[in-house]
Design a protein around this ligand. Structure first.
Ligand code: ADP
Ligand code: ASP
Ligand code: MG
Length: 422
Protein backbone atom coordinates (compact mmCIF):
# COMPACT_ATOMS: atom_id res chain seq x y z
CA UNK A 1 0.00 0.00 0.00
CA UNK A 2 1.18 3.48 -0.80
CA UNK A 3 -0.01 6.97 0.00
CA UNK A 4 -0.63 8.99 -3.13
CA UNK A 5 -1.59 12.61 -3.79
CA UNK A 6 -3.28 13.08 -7.17
CA UNK A 7 -3.73 16.51 -8.78
CA UNK A 8 -6.10 17.28 -11.66
CA UNK A 9 -5.77 20.48 -13.70
CA UNK A 10 -8.44 22.73 -15.16
CA UNK A 11 -8.95 20.98 -18.48
CA UNK A 12 -9.37 17.67 -16.65
CA UNK A 13 -12.04 19.19 -14.37
CA UNK A 14 -14.00 21.11 -17.05
CA UNK A 15 -17.57 19.85 -16.72
CA UNK A 16 -19.54 16.96 -15.23
CA UNK A 17 -18.43 14.44 -17.82
CA UNK A 18 -14.72 15.07 -17.23
CA UNK A 19 -15.14 15.15 -13.46
CA UNK A 20 -16.71 11.69 -13.76
CA UNK A 21 -13.65 10.52 -15.68
CA UNK A 22 -11.43 11.95 -12.94
CA UNK A 23 -13.54 10.27 -10.24
CA UNK A 24 -13.03 6.94 -12.02
CA UNK A 25 -9.27 7.38 -12.09
CA UNK A 26 -9.30 8.22 -8.37
CA UNK A 27 -11.55 5.24 -7.58
CA UNK A 28 -9.27 2.87 -9.48
CA UNK A 29 -6.22 4.24 -7.68
CA UNK A 30 -7.82 3.66 -4.29
CA UNK A 31 -9.11 0.24 -5.33
CA UNK A 32 -5.50 -0.74 -6.09
CA UNK A 33 -5.02 -0.58 -2.31
CA UNK A 34 -3.72 2.94 -1.74
CA UNK A 35 -4.57 5.85 0.53
CA UNK A 36 -5.42 8.80 -1.68
CA UNK A 37 -5.88 12.54 -1.44
CA UNK A 38 -6.88 14.59 -4.48
CA UNK A 39 -6.05 18.23 -5.23
CA UNK A 40 -8.17 19.93 -7.90
CA UNK A 41 -8.03 23.06 -10.06
CA UNK A 42 -10.97 25.21 -11.07
CA UNK A 43 -12.62 24.31 -14.40
CA UNK A 44 -10.58 25.52 -17.39
CA UNK A 45 -11.25 29.21 -18.06
CA UNK A 46 -12.97 29.75 -14.72
CA UNK A 47 -10.10 31.53 -12.95
CA UNK A 48 -9.69 33.89 -15.95
CA UNK A 49 -13.41 34.64 -15.79
CA UNK A 50 -13.23 35.43 -12.05
CA UNK A 51 -10.12 37.59 -12.49
CA UNK A 52 -12.01 39.60 -15.12
CA UNK A 53 -14.89 40.21 -12.73
CA UNK A 54 -12.39 41.68 -10.24
CA UNK A 55 -10.90 43.95 -12.92
CA UNK A 56 -14.36 45.13 -13.95
CA UNK A 57 -15.39 45.79 -10.35
CA UNK A 58 -12.28 47.79 -9.54
CA UNK A 59 -9.18 47.98 -11.76
CA UNK A 60 -7.03 48.70 -8.69
CA UNK A 61 -8.44 45.74 -6.82
CA UNK A 62 -7.47 44.85 -3.27
CA UNK A 63 -5.56 41.52 -3.50
CA UNK A 64 -7.27 40.15 -0.37
CA UNK A 65 -10.72 40.58 -1.95
CA UNK A 66 -9.40 39.28 -5.28
CA UNK A 67 -8.45 36.11 -3.39
CA UNK A 68 -11.99 35.77 -2.03
CA UNK A 69 -13.29 35.82 -5.59
CA UNK A 70 -10.74 33.65 -7.41
CA UNK A 71 -10.51 30.96 -4.71
CA UNK A 72 -14.16 30.17 -5.45
CA UNK A 73 -13.35 28.25 -8.65
CA UNK A 74 -11.55 25.49 -6.78
CA UNK A 75 -14.17 25.38 -4.04
CA UNK A 76 -16.75 24.43 -6.65
CA UNK A 77 -14.71 21.65 -8.30
CA UNK A 78 -13.66 20.14 -4.96
CA UNK A 79 -17.30 19.83 -3.88
CA UNK A 80 -18.32 18.46 -7.27
CA UNK A 81 -15.60 15.82 -7.26
CA UNK A 82 -16.54 14.72 -3.72
CA UNK A 83 -20.17 14.43 -4.84
CA UNK A 84 -19.21 12.45 -7.96
CA UNK A 85 -17.02 10.07 -5.94
CA UNK A 86 -19.89 9.52 -3.52
CA UNK A 87 -22.15 8.73 -6.49
CA UNK A 88 -19.65 6.00 -7.44
CA UNK A 89 -19.96 4.52 -3.96
CA UNK A 90 -16.69 5.91 -2.56
CA UNK A 91 -16.32 7.58 0.82
CA UNK A 92 -15.15 11.12 0.03
CA UNK A 93 -15.15 14.60 1.53
CA UNK A 94 -13.76 18.00 0.62
CA UNK A 95 -11.29 19.94 2.80
CA UNK A 96 -11.09 23.65 2.02
CA UNK A 97 -7.79 25.48 2.55
CA UNK A 98 -8.90 26.98 5.89
CA UNK A 99 -10.24 23.65 7.13
CA UNK A 100 -7.01 21.65 6.95
CA UNK A 101 -5.58 24.32 7.33
CA UNK A 102 -2.99 25.16 4.67
CA UNK A 103 -1.11 28.09 6.26
CA UNK A 104 0.31 30.75 3.95
CA UNK A 105 1.92 34.16 4.33
CA UNK A 106 -0.10 37.35 3.77
CA UNK A 107 1.10 38.04 0.22
CA UNK A 108 -2.40 37.90 -1.24
CA UNK A 109 -2.65 36.72 -4.87
CA UNK A 110 0.87 35.27 -4.69
CA UNK A 111 0.98 33.70 -1.25
CA UNK A 112 3.57 31.12 -0.22
CA UNK A 113 2.63 28.00 1.68
CA UNK A 114 4.18 27.69 5.15
CA UNK A 115 3.06 24.57 6.92
CA UNK A 116 0.04 22.32 6.64
CA UNK A 117 -1.67 20.64 9.58
CA UNK A 118 -2.12 17.23 8.04
CA UNK A 119 -3.25 15.16 11.05
CA UNK A 120 -6.97 15.27 10.21
CA UNK A 121 -6.22 14.56 6.60
CA UNK A 122 -4.04 11.55 7.39
CA UNK A 123 -6.62 10.13 9.81
CA UNK A 124 -9.33 10.45 7.18
CA UNK A 125 -7.20 8.84 4.47
CA UNK A 126 -6.33 5.99 6.80
CA UNK A 127 -10.03 5.45 7.43
CA UNK A 128 -10.51 4.84 3.72
CA UNK A 129 -12.01 8.23 2.92
CA UNK A 130 -10.87 10.09 -0.19
CA UNK A 131 -9.78 13.62 0.74
CA UNK A 132 -10.57 16.22 -1.93
CA UNK A 133 -8.66 19.50 -1.55
CA UNK A 134 -9.13 22.65 -3.63
CA UNK A 135 -5.77 23.70 -5.04
CA UNK A 136 -4.50 27.28 -5.27
CA UNK A 137 -5.80 28.32 -1.83
CA UNK A 138 -4.76 28.49 1.79
CA UNK A 139 -5.31 30.73 4.80
CA UNK A 140 -3.03 33.71 5.48
CA UNK A 141 -1.64 34.79 8.85
CA UNK A 142 -4.39 37.43 8.74
CA UNK A 143 -6.99 34.64 8.87
CA UNK A 144 -8.23 35.37 5.34
CA UNK A 145 -8.31 33.15 2.26
CA UNK A 146 -5.12 33.52 0.21
CA UNK A 147 -4.28 32.24 -3.28
CA UNK A 148 -0.92 31.07 -4.55
CA UNK A 149 -0.49 32.72 -7.96
CA UNK A 150 -1.58 31.36 -11.34
CA UNK A 151 -0.95 27.67 -11.83
CA UNK A 152 -0.69 27.33 -8.04
CA UNK A 153 -2.61 24.06 -7.70
CA UNK A 154 0.55 22.18 -8.68
CA UNK A 155 2.22 23.71 -5.64
CA UNK A 156 -0.76 22.86 -3.41
CA UNK A 157 -0.46 19.22 -4.51
CA UNK A 158 3.27 19.01 -3.82
CA UNK A 159 2.85 20.76 -0.45
CA UNK A 160 0.08 18.35 0.57
CA UNK A 161 2.20 15.41 -0.62
CA UNK A 162 5.10 16.62 1.53
CA UNK A 163 2.82 17.17 4.54
CA UNK A 164 1.28 13.68 4.44
CA UNK A 165 4.64 12.12 3.45
CA UNK A 166 3.13 10.69 0.29
CA UNK A 167 5.00 8.07 -1.69
CA UNK A 168 4.16 9.91 -4.90
CA UNK A 169 2.51 13.08 -6.19
CA UNK A 170 0.81 12.43 -9.54
CA UNK A 171 0.06 15.59 -11.55
CA UNK A 172 -2.67 14.70 -14.06
CA UNK A 173 -3.03 17.12 -16.96
CA UNK A 174 -4.04 17.31 -20.63
CA UNK A 175 -0.74 15.93 -22.01
CA UNK A 176 0.76 12.58 -21.04
CA UNK A 177 4.05 13.85 -19.66
CA UNK A 178 6.80 16.42 -19.95
CA UNK A 179 8.06 16.76 -23.51
CA UNK A 180 11.24 18.14 -25.04
CA UNK A 181 9.12 21.21 -25.82
CA UNK A 182 5.42 22.12 -25.76
CA UNK A 183 3.83 19.31 -27.82
CA UNK A 184 1.13 21.75 -28.88
CA UNK A 185 3.73 23.85 -30.69
CA UNK A 186 6.04 21.16 -32.05
CA UNK A 187 4.35 17.98 -33.26
CA UNK A 188 7.70 16.18 -33.23
CA UNK A 189 8.30 16.90 -29.53
CA UNK A 190 9.42 13.80 -27.65
CA UNK A 191 8.05 12.63 -24.31
CA UNK A 192 10.69 12.34 -21.61
CA UNK A 193 10.65 9.30 -19.34
CA UNK A 194 12.29 11.33 -16.61
CA UNK A 195 13.72 14.79 -16.07
CA UNK A 196 15.82 16.09 -13.18
CA UNK A 197 14.41 18.52 -10.63
CA UNK A 198 17.03 21.04 -11.62
CA UNK A 199 16.18 20.92 -15.32
CA UNK A 200 12.43 20.96 -14.67
CA UNK A 201 12.89 23.95 -12.39
CA UNK A 202 14.78 25.80 -15.09
CA UNK A 203 12.25 24.78 -17.80
CA UNK A 204 9.30 25.90 -15.65
CA UNK A 205 10.92 29.21 -14.81
CA UNK A 206 11.56 30.03 -18.47
CA UNK A 207 8.01 29.32 -19.59
CA UNK A 208 7.09 25.58 -19.68
CA UNK A 209 3.83 25.99 -17.88
CA UNK A 210 3.26 22.25 -17.46
CA UNK A 211 4.31 22.68 -13.79
CA UNK A 212 4.30 25.84 -11.70
CA UNK A 213 7.93 26.80 -10.87
CA UNK A 214 7.34 26.83 -7.13
CA UNK A 215 5.91 23.32 -7.20
CA UNK A 216 9.19 22.05 -8.63
CA UNK A 217 11.39 23.88 -6.12
CA UNK A 218 9.21 22.60 -3.29
CA UNK A 219 9.36 19.02 -4.59
CA UNK A 220 13.14 19.31 -4.87
CA UNK A 221 13.47 20.70 -1.35
CA UNK A 222 11.10 18.20 0.25
CA UNK A 223 12.16 15.21 -1.86
CA UNK A 224 8.64 14.62 -3.21
CA UNK A 225 8.46 12.08 -6.02
CA UNK A 226 6.46 13.76 -8.81
CA UNK A 227 4.96 12.21 -11.95
CA UNK A 228 3.27 14.18 -14.76
CA UNK A 229 0.67 12.13 -16.66
CA UNK A 230 -2.59 12.39 -18.61
CA UNK A 231 -6.12 12.29 -17.20
CA UNK A 232 -7.47 11.70 -20.70
CA UNK A 233 -7.19 7.92 -20.60
CA UNK A 234 -9.56 4.97 -21.04
CA UNK A 235 -10.92 3.00 -18.10
CA UNK A 236 -8.57 0.11 -18.85
CA UNK A 237 -5.43 2.27 -19.19
CA UNK A 238 -2.39 1.26 -17.09
CA UNK A 239 -2.49 2.59 -13.53
CA UNK A 240 -0.27 5.49 -12.49
CA UNK A 241 1.67 2.93 -10.40
CA UNK A 242 3.13 1.62 -13.69
CA UNK A 243 4.64 5.11 -14.18
CA UNK A 244 3.25 5.83 -17.65
CA UNK A 245 4.08 9.56 -17.43
CA UNK A 246 7.24 11.56 -16.81
CA UNK A 247 9.04 11.32 -13.47
CA UNK A 248 10.78 14.32 -11.96
CA UNK A 249 13.82 12.85 -10.23
CA UNK A 250 17.16 13.63 -8.62
CA UNK A 251 20.39 13.45 -10.66
CA UNK A 252 21.33 10.14 -9.03
CA UNK A 253 17.97 8.56 -9.78
CA UNK A 254 18.22 9.69 -13.39
CA UNK A 255 21.57 7.98 -13.76
CA UNK A 256 20.00 4.80 -12.38
CA UNK A 257 17.31 4.97 -15.07
CA UNK A 258 20.05 4.62 -17.67
CA UNK A 259 18.54 7.07 -20.08
CA UNK A 260 20.26 8.04 -23.28
CA UNK A 261 21.71 11.42 -22.40
CA UNK A 262 21.07 14.44 -24.59
CA UNK A 263 22.99 17.70 -24.58
CA UNK A 264 19.75 19.62 -24.42
CA UNK A 265 16.79 18.29 -22.43
CA UNK A 266 14.15 20.80 -23.37
CA UNK A 267 13.23 24.06 -25.07
CA UNK A 268 10.75 26.60 -23.73
CA UNK A 269 9.19 29.81 -25.02
CA UNK A 270 7.80 32.69 -23.00
CA UNK A 271 5.80 35.49 -24.58
CA UNK A 272 5.10 37.22 -21.29
CA UNK A 273 8.13 39.47 -21.22
CA UNK A 274 8.53 43.00 -22.52
CA UNK A 275 11.67 44.86 -23.54
CA UNK A 276 12.63 48.29 -22.23
CA UNK A 277 15.43 50.44 -23.67
CA UNK A 278 16.68 53.54 -21.88
CA UNK A 279 18.73 55.72 -24.19
CA UNK A 280 21.66 57.93 -23.31
CA UNK A 281 22.11 56.89 -19.71
CA UNK A 282 25.23 58.48 -18.15
CA UNK A 283 28.12 55.99 -18.29
CA UNK A 284 29.26 56.30 -14.68
CA UNK A 285 29.25 54.26 -11.48
CA UNK A 286 25.81 54.14 -9.85
CA UNK A 287 23.81 54.80 -13.02
CA UNK A 288 22.63 51.21 -13.40
CA UNK A 289 21.82 51.00 -9.70
CA UNK A 290 19.62 54.09 -10.01
CA UNK A 291 17.57 52.31 -12.71
CA UNK A 292 17.06 48.98 -10.96
CA UNK A 293 16.69 50.05 -7.32
CA UNK A 294 13.19 51.58 -7.73
CA UNK A 295 12.08 48.56 -9.80
CA UNK A 296 13.31 46.16 -7.11
CA UNK A 297 11.53 48.17 -4.42
CA UNK A 298 8.31 47.71 -6.42
CA UNK A 299 8.93 43.91 -6.63
CA UNK A 300 9.34 44.07 -10.41
CA UNK A 301 11.47 41.19 -11.58
CA UNK A 302 14.05 42.29 -14.12
CA UNK A 303 15.27 39.39 -16.23
CA UNK A 304 17.71 40.03 -19.10
CA UNK A 305 19.98 43.08 -18.92
CA UNK A 306 22.34 44.54 -21.51
CA UNK A 307 24.42 47.66 -21.15
CA UNK A 308 25.50 48.69 -24.62
CA UNK A 309 28.92 50.08 -25.41
CA UNK A 310 28.89 53.83 -24.91
CA UNK A 311 27.49 55.41 -28.08
CA UNK A 312 28.83 58.81 -27.36
CA UNK A 313 31.40 59.82 -24.88
CA UNK A 314 30.04 59.31 -21.38
CA UNK A 315 26.66 57.89 -22.46
CA UNK A 316 25.25 54.42 -23.02
CA UNK A 317 21.95 52.62 -23.75
CA UNK A 318 20.59 50.12 -21.23
CA UNK A 319 18.21 47.36 -22.38
CA UNK A 320 16.33 44.97 -20.09
CA UNK A 321 13.19 42.87 -19.85
CA UNK A 322 10.36 42.80 -17.30
CA UNK A 323 7.15 40.71 -17.11
CA UNK A 324 4.62 42.18 -19.61
CA UNK A 325 2.13 42.58 -16.78
CA UNK A 326 4.55 44.99 -15.07
CA UNK A 327 5.44 47.07 -18.15
CA UNK A 328 3.09 49.98 -17.42
CA UNK A 329 4.24 50.22 -13.81
CA UNK A 330 7.88 50.00 -14.94
CA UNK A 331 7.45 52.90 -17.35
CA UNK A 332 5.74 55.01 -14.70
CA UNK A 333 8.50 54.32 -12.16
CA UNK A 334 11.26 55.16 -14.63
CA UNK A 335 9.58 58.42 -15.60
CA UNK A 336 9.25 59.23 -11.92
CA UNK A 337 13.01 58.72 -11.44
CA UNK A 338 14.03 60.27 -14.75
CA UNK A 339 16.06 63.05 -13.18
CA UNK A 340 18.07 60.80 -10.89
CA UNK A 341 18.76 58.24 -13.61
CA UNK A 342 19.38 60.87 -16.25
CA UNK A 343 18.26 59.00 -19.37
CA UNK A 344 16.97 60.57 -22.57
CA UNK A 345 14.11 58.33 -23.78
CA UNK A 346 12.26 55.12 -22.86
CA UNK A 347 11.55 52.77 -25.77
CA UNK A 348 9.40 49.71 -25.03
CA UNK A 349 8.47 46.61 -27.03
CA UNK A 350 5.88 44.13 -25.79
CA UNK A 351 6.11 42.00 -28.94
CA UNK A 352 9.12 39.95 -27.91
CA UNK A 353 9.55 36.32 -26.84
CA UNK A 354 12.21 34.60 -24.81
CA UNK A 355 13.36 31.24 -26.16
CA UNK A 356 15.42 29.08 -23.82
CA UNK A 357 17.34 25.84 -24.14
CA UNK A 358 17.91 23.85 -20.96
CA UNK A 359 20.14 20.86 -20.21
CA UNK A 360 22.68 19.68 -17.65
CA UNK A 361 24.84 18.61 -20.62
CA UNK A 362 25.90 22.27 -20.92
CA UNK A 363 28.09 21.88 -17.87
CA UNK A 364 30.44 19.52 -19.65
CA UNK A 365 30.15 20.51 -23.32
CA UNK A 366 31.34 23.61 -25.10
CA UNK A 367 29.68 25.13 -28.16
CA UNK A 368 26.05 24.58 -27.20
CA UNK A 369 25.17 28.27 -27.29
CA UNK A 370 27.03 28.69 -30.59
CA UNK A 371 24.79 26.00 -32.15
CA UNK A 372 21.76 27.98 -31.00
CA UNK A 373 22.99 31.29 -32.41
CA UNK A 374 24.01 29.73 -35.72
CA UNK A 375 20.73 27.83 -36.20
CA UNK A 376 18.83 31.08 -35.67
CA UNK A 377 21.13 33.14 -37.86
CA UNK A 378 20.75 30.62 -40.73
CA UNK A 379 17.01 31.33 -40.70
CA UNK A 380 17.42 35.09 -40.37
CA UNK A 381 16.13 35.33 -36.79
CA UNK A 382 17.60 38.35 -35.04
CA UNK A 383 18.70 37.97 -31.41
CA UNK A 384 17.99 41.07 -29.32
CA UNK A 385 19.36 39.96 -25.94
CA UNK A 386 21.02 36.92 -24.40
CA UNK A 387 21.25 35.56 -20.88
CA UNK A 388 22.76 32.37 -19.55
CA UNK A 389 22.96 30.23 -16.44
CA UNK A 390 24.92 27.07 -15.79
CA UNK A 391 22.33 24.86 -17.52
CA UNK A 392 20.37 27.36 -19.66
CA UNK A 393 20.76 29.81 -22.54
CA UNK A 394 17.95 32.28 -23.28
CA UNK A 395 17.57 34.63 -26.23
CA UNK A 396 15.08 37.41 -26.84
CA UNK A 397 13.52 37.56 -30.32
CA UNK A 398 10.55 39.02 -32.19
CA UNK A 399 7.36 37.39 -30.88
CA UNK A 400 6.19 36.51 -34.41
CA UNK A 401 9.18 34.18 -34.78
CA UNK A 402 8.50 32.16 -31.62
CA UNK A 403 7.13 28.95 -33.15
CA UNK A 404 9.69 28.98 -35.96
CA UNK A 405 12.58 29.42 -33.52
CA UNK A 406 11.42 26.61 -31.24
CA UNK A 407 11.04 24.23 -34.21
CA UNK A 408 14.45 25.11 -35.65
CA UNK A 409 16.20 24.59 -32.32
CA UNK A 410 14.35 21.36 -31.66
CA UNK A 411 15.75 20.00 -34.90
CA UNK A 412 19.20 21.56 -34.43
CA UNK A 413 19.72 19.70 -31.14
CA UNK A 414 18.48 16.40 -32.57
CA UNK A 415 15.38 16.29 -30.38
CA UNK A 416 12.78 15.53 -33.08
CA UNK A 417 10.86 12.30 -32.63
CA UNK A 418 11.86 9.91 -35.41
CA UNK A 419 9.24 7.79 -37.15
CA UNK A 420 10.72 4.49 -35.88
CA UNK A 421 10.69 5.72 -32.29
CA UNK A 422 7.16 7.10 -32.47
P1 ADP B 1 -3.33 22.08 -16.06
O1 ADP B 1 -4.59 22.83 -16.32
O2 ADP B 1 -3.54 20.60 -16.02
O3 ADP B 1 -2.57 22.60 -14.88
P2 ADP B 1 -1.54 23.50 -17.87
O4 ADP B 1 -2.24 24.09 -19.05
O5 ADP B 1 -1.17 24.38 -16.74
O6 ADP B 1 -2.43 22.27 -17.37
O7 ADP B 1 -0.21 22.72 -18.34
C1 ADP B 1 -0.27 21.75 -19.36
C2 ADP B 1 0.15 22.37 -20.68
O8 ADP B 1 1.54 22.71 -20.61
C3 ADP B 1 0.07 21.46 -21.88
O9 ADP B 1 -1.21 21.47 -22.44
C4 ADP B 1 1.14 22.02 -22.82
O10 ADP B 1 0.55 22.82 -23.84
C5 ADP B 1 1.98 22.93 -21.93
N1 ADP B 1 3.43 22.65 -22.02
C6 ADP B 1 4.40 23.60 -22.17
N2 ADP B 1 5.60 23.05 -22.24
C7 ADP B 1 5.44 21.71 -22.12
C8 ADP B 1 6.34 20.61 -22.10
N3 ADP B 1 7.66 20.76 -22.22
N4 ADP B 1 5.82 19.35 -21.95
C9 ADP B 1 4.49 19.19 -21.82
N5 ADP B 1 3.59 20.20 -21.83
C10 ADP B 1 4.04 21.46 -21.97
N1 ASP C 1 -7.10 27.79 -11.15
C1 ASP C 1 -5.81 28.43 -10.93
C2 ASP C 1 -5.30 29.03 -12.23
O1 ASP C 1 -5.94 28.92 -13.25
C3 ASP C 1 -4.79 27.50 -10.33
C4 ASP C 1 -4.45 26.28 -11.14
O2 ASP C 1 -5.23 25.83 -11.99
O3 ASP C 1 -3.37 25.72 -10.91
O4 ASP C 1 -4.27 29.66 -12.23
MG1 MG D 1 -1.23 24.26 -14.63
Amino acid sequence: MARIVMKFGGTSMAGTERIRRVANIVRRQQAAGHEVAVVVSAMAGETDRLVNFCREANPLYDPAEYDVVVAAGEQITSGLLALTLQALGCKARSWLGWQLPIHTDNAHAKARIGDIDADGLIASMQAGEIAVIPGFQGIGEDGRVATLGRGGSDTSAVAVAAAVKADRCDIYTDVDGVYTTDPRIVAKARKLKAVTFEEMLELASVGSKVLQTRSVSLAMKEGVRVQVLSSFVDDDAPLADDLPGTLIVSDEELEGLNMESQLITGIAADKNEAKVILTRVPDRPGAVASIFTPLAAASINVDMIIQNVGREKGETDVTFTVPSADLVRTQALLEEHKETIGFNRIITDGKVAKISIVGVGMRSHAGIAATMFKAMADRGINIQAISTSEIKVSVLIDEDETELAVRILHTAYGLDETDEAA
